[in-house]
Design a protein around this ligand. Structure first.
Ligand code: SF4
Ligand code: SF4
Length: 67
């Protein structure tokens, strides 16, 4: 199963990865990082295909996808 790793402290809550994920596998979390943003988390690991789009579109380069 693919694994998505998100560096929550670097996430700026821009929502690009959430919008572009074709499987709706990502969401904004309820917790807050040190900069005051709600970082993205994976909400449905089983639907993730490991396509890597979330990592490609992230302007903060805080998403890594392992297949
Ligand atoms: S790897 Fe693809 S399917 Fe998985 S969370 Fe990222 S954009 Fe969505
Ligand atoms: S694209 Fe990157 S910075 Fe933007 S919400 Fe997703 S993980 Fe956070």
């Amino acid at each position: 199963m693919p694994k998505v790793k998100i560096d929550a402290e670097r996430c700026k809550q821009c929502m690009l990865c959430v919008e572009f994920c074709p499987r709706d596998s990502l969401r904004i979390s309820e917790r807050t990082n040190l900069k005051g943003y709600h970082p993205v988390e994976q909400c449905d690991e089983e639907s993730c295909t490991g396509c890597g789009i979330c990592a490609l579109v992230c302007p903060s380069v805080c998403v890594e996808v392992y297949r």
